[in-house]
Design a protein. Structure first.
Lengths: 347, 205
């Protein structure tokens, strides 16, 4: 028997969602596009450091991610949401963690892995266990190990970029600071990149070989600070990741105990990019504050272990991927207390 | 008998093809299909064991007590696997070195036990051997296909012969274990897509 009220109501689909029923002006699209905007300054700087190549690779990566997102959503009969910016963000982040000298075929393959396999086959946005951009990078690193570990470009001095193009030289390949440190030792590192405060400054500003978007710590920190100011991310994950990388490198990184160089460990490699933009992904990270600190320390510790003892010079990509599936477990340990206990009082 | 012959002969090649339809025997499919040659060798060895064990078990199905049937099947299968192992060591030594422990492990391959339990224990010997032949051939075809895809894209060769020019950069991801998962998953998805498009009914088991 049908209730009489239901006939008087106009027909519409009622959506029942779980609490809290608090409305906000923030939408997925707004947050995603803001993060993309925060990543633009490092991208433009990379053009001055490495050349227009970086812009082309980023564009190819973004276009193929959006295309794969569209095709996946069509194929899996899901609503097409390419305008919400999440595929664009994945594309930008994936381009940021690949070397500037690779062929433009690589980001296309990486996009298929990142968007279709790592995101849509796991259920789409909000259900992916692993960070899609980092899955793309890990896939590319396993698929093309030679290109992904040798296609580094040497940074161009100042505004010499224009004369550099006129000279007709394609690129000057080199090695990343972490790879030099790992394979040839500290002495060679000092010989190639110098030492002291000027080294920290030039590395922090971004004038060093590395992946497309990871070099400029300054611009990444500014972008991250803007996201923290907008309350899109909190300081917990970035601070705990960078802090634990610094502390663990200081303890274990040198010849004896407490002999490592914490500042160098933070400004080289992808530590800052990973801490502010990769580890803070809502979907693949924990949502409790304590959980985020534990998660961040785990990422930092794994990064240092891979850097010092593992086979790769840089480890933050794998560190984040290894901590991703643990995030819900970590959240489970730090459940917030309920305001009202069970009937009869808490036991 | 005659009505059953053709469907049984073709079932293992599409409707029941392992490891895609009959999702059994995944372990060797993932582990040894680094190259087309390894896949073919493993598939033929398994197919040989499936066919002969189905025949032997079927002919003894009335005298094996039901309570100890699994143990009895294992004894028969283990005998056949030992024969295959010794034959491969004698005539295909490099291949048997490459396949290593996976040849003795055919004993616990679920396809062999699955066909024995699911088909040979209920049917007469000839049709059971036909079933074993068809499932074994299907397995050999699948493993060769998986191995070919992984070898061509992952190493740039097919049965050891280079297929691409100098420009080709091998995608070493496909030669690793995750590459095997992705290859098998993709092939399974394509087969399902094709079956759905043709409106086939899926036969499980």
């Amino acid at each position: 028997m049908q209730a009489p009220e239901s006939q008087s109501l106009p027909h519409r689909d009622w959506i029942v969602s779980v609490s809290p029923h608090v409305k906000s002006n923030e939408t997925v699209a707004k947050i995603m596009w803001t993060v993309v905007a925060c990543l633009m300054p490092p991208l433009f700087l990379s053009v001055f450091i490495f050349g227009v190549q970086t812009l082309i690779i980023t564009a190819v990566s973004v276009i193929s991610c959006v295309a794969v997102e569209y095709v996946s959503q069509k194929a899996l009969k899901r609503p097409v949401s390419i305008m919400d910016g999440s595929a664009v963000l994945t594309g930008v982040l994936m381009a940021f963690v690949i070397p500037p000298g690779v062929s433009i075929f690589l980001p296309v393959l990486g996009a298929v892995m990142a968007i279709y396999i790592a995101k849509h086959l796991f259920g789409g946005l909000g259900f992916n266990i692993f960070n899609p951009a980092l899955m793309g990078r890990a896939f590319l690193l396993a698929t093309f190990p030679v290109a992904m570990t040798s296609a580094w470009l040497a940074p161009v001095d100042g505004f010499a970029i224009f004369s550099y193009f006129a000279s007709g030289v394609d690129a000057v390949s080199t090695a990343t600071p972490l790879a030099v440190m790992k394979e040839q030792g500290m002495a060679k590192f000092v010989e190639m990149f110098g030492s002291g405060t000027s080294l920290y400054t030039s590395f922090f500003l971004g004038w060093r070989p590395g992946c497309i978007g990871e070099t400029s710590g300054l611009l990444l920190v500014l972008g991250g600070a803007f996201l923290i100011y907008k309350k899109y991310i909190t300081y917990h994950i970035p601070v705990s990741v960078l802090g634990s990388i610094a502390v663990f490198t200081w303890i274990f990184g040198g010849e004896g105990w407490f002999g490592g160089d914490p500042i160098l460990a933070v400004v080289t490699g992808g530590a800052i990019l990973g801490a502010f933009f990769m580890a803070t992904d809502y979907v693949t990270g924990p949502s409790t504050k304590t959980g985020q600190v534990v998660y961040g320390i785990g990422i930092g510790a794994l990064t240092v272990i891979i850097r010092l003892k593992g086979g790769y010079p840089e480890g933050i990509c794998y560190a984040i991927l290894l901590m991703n599936p643990l995030s819900s477990v970590i959240d489970g340990f730090f459940k917030p207390k309920r305001f009202a206990g069970p009937v009869g009082g808490a036991k | 008998m005659a009505q059953k012959f053709l469907p049984t002969l073709t079932a293992g090649l599409w409707k029941r093809i392992p490891p895609f339809r009959l999702v059994l025997g995944l372990c060797p499919s993932l582990a040894v299909t680094m190259s087309a040659e390894n896949g073919l060798g493993m598939g033929v060895a398994t197919g040989f064991v499936v066919m002969l064990s189905s025949g032997a078990i079927s002919s003894m199905r009335n005298i094996i007590p039901a309570k100890v049937r699994i143990a009895s099947y294992i004894v028969i299968i283990a005998t056949l696997v030992s024969i295959v192992e010794i034959l491969m060591k004698a005539y295909f030594f490099p291949l048997s070195e490459q396949l290593g422990i996976y040849i003795p492990l055919i004993v616990v391959n679920c396809i062999v036990l699955g066909r024995a339990e699911g088909f040979a224990s209920k049917n007469p010997p000839f049709i059971s051997m036909v079933d074993g032949l068809s499932v074994g051939t299907g397995y050999a075809i699948s493993l060769t296909l998986i191995g070919s895809i992984r070898e061509i894209l992952g190493a740039g060769t097919w049965f050891g012969m280079p297929v691409f020019g100098e420009w080709f950069e091998p995608m070493s991801f496909l030669v690793t274990a995750p590459g095997a998962f992705v290859t098998i998953g993709t092939l399974l998805a394509l087969q399902n897509l094709f079956s759905r498009w043709r409106g086939e009914k899926f036969i499980q088991g």
